[in-house]
Write a protein that binds this ligand. Structure first.
Ligand code: SAH
Ligand code: SF4
Length: 398
């Protein structure tokens, strides 16, 4: 593991940043500094290219924008991203960034969120957060033990993608870091985005939708909506709006096949039980065999991992275009759960496979930096040396 602490070149400036804004928000920002109404569309188009296609961090680089406007822009605004406080690079190439957002009120401590990049040979997945903390207290999730602070703004959500592209050099004119773990094929380094970091994205729907539109915009970052997956613990009333208005792929954190157990693991189940959740999935706009819904199932030793559970799972999902993702539980300091044994996971996976589902077991990545899903907690950098060592040892035995 390699940890780099420090400050990015773009420490948060006092001036508001344009990085991460939607087209409408950019137009508003331009209007505020006196850009005439009839020029707004054209100016937004120009800025969009420099901010989201080229990723520039300085207005001076925007050579197609008039000198006067560039000066005006830099007088009032910045292009700062969320500040990188710590960057950790795992032995398997997984990168985790601890990002600092300016405090909301003077005197308050700044907030911290995390984003994780998982490179594979032919693609790269960026896992981003939607809230600072989470209001839901899933009993096996590290984030669930954290106090909910607030929703992220759309710009802060997009900002995570921009920071990741800065750090792995994915803008057209950027130098790519020398790292054999990065995808080596031609193509995108960040090809997929998952909302599986901190927070419940469907409790921050408007900002998530706005951020998705910005990230997917074909003239900028252009990661298609089919490459963006929103994971929810089951906020049933927002599932249909997600498909209709955001148009992303859907992932459901199912984790149990019976309500009594799911009530315990995912307490939101008391409000929206399994049957209602699956009904919402059945009518998810756009779901088809080519656009399957992912069901996440965390493997908890002695809790939800018997062959009967596996059989009940495939029965439950009958008729839904589904993919099943078995996730080995990632332990965190203080948890009462353990990950199922490897043999148990294999037998479970075999039953799911025989029922016709490709059931990839999601290999834990970046364990040495505590970066796997559900372990995102901004206090992680404060782990004792002993805990760090234990985690590193775990990574080596994977
Ligand atoms: N709040 C959303 C998205 C963030 S959690 C949701 O719950 O879906 C992303 C995924 O990681 C979820 O499937 C969650 O259940 C899972 N997860 C949480 N803690 C975990 C842990 N310790 N080990 C493995 N997966 C975990
Ligand atoms: Fe929140 Fe998702 Fe963690 Fe549950 S699993 S506490 S919904 S982040």
């Amino acid at each position: 593991m390699q940890t780099v602490s420090g400050h990015s070149a773009t420490a948060p400036a006092a001036k508001p940043s344009l990085a991460g804004l939607s087209r409408a928000a950019l137009a508003e920002a331009l209007e505020k500094i006196g850009v005439p109404k009839n020029q707004l569309r054209m100016r937004v188009g120009q800025l969009w290219h420099w901010i989201y296609f080229r990723g520039v961090q300085d207005f001076a680089a925007m050579t197609s924008v008039s000198k006067d406007l560039r000066a005006l822009l830099s007088e009032h605004y910045s292009l700062a991203r969320p500040e990188v406080v710590v960057e950790q690079v795992s032995t398997d190439g997984t990168r985790k960034w601890l990002l600092r957002l300016p405090a909301d009120t003077p005197g308050e401590k700044p907030h911290e969120i995390e984003a994780v990049y998982i490179p594979e040979s032919d693609r790269g997945t960026l896992c981003i957060s939607s809230q600072i903390g989470c209001t839901l207290n899933c009993s096996f999730c590290h984030t669930g033990t954290q106090r909910m602070v607030r929703n992220l703004t759309a710009a802060e959500i997009v900002g995570q993608v921009m920071v990741a592209r800065d750090r792995i050099g994915e803008w057209p004119d950027a130098a790519k870091p020398d790292d054999r773990n990065l995808p080596q094929r031609e193509g995108r380094m960040i090809s997929n985005i998952v909302f599986m970091g901190m927070g419940e994205p469907l409790y921050n729907f408007d900002n998530v939708r706005e951020a998705v539109d910005t990230i997917a915009d074909g003239e900028g970052i252009a990661i298609g909506k089919r490459k963006i997956t929103v994971s929810t613990s089951g906020v049933v009333p927002m599932i249909e709006p997600l498909g209709r208005d955001a148009g992303t792929m859907l992932a459901i954190s199912l984790h149990a096949v019976r309500d009594d157990l799911r009530d315990e693991l995912v307490p939101l189940n008391r409000k929206y039980p399994i049957r209602e959740l699956l009904d919402a999935c059945r009518s998810y706009p756009g779901a088809s065999n080519a656009k399957r819904i992912t069901f996440e199932y965390v493997m908890l030793k002695g809790v939800n991992d018997t062959p009967d559970d596996a059989k009940a799972l495939v029965k439950l999902l009958k008729g839904i275009p589904a993919k099943i993702n078995l996730i080995p539980f990632n332990p965190w300091p203080g948890t009462r759960y353990e990950c199922s044994d490897w043999n148990t996971i294999e037998s479970f996976s075999e039953i799911v496979f025989r029922a016709g589902y490709a059931s990839p077991v999601r290999t834990p990545r970046g364990r040495d930096i505590l970066a796997a899903c559900g372990q995102l907690k901004s206090e992680t950098q404060k782990l004792s040396a002993r805990e760090r060592m234990a985690l590193r040892a775990m990574a080596m035995t994977d």
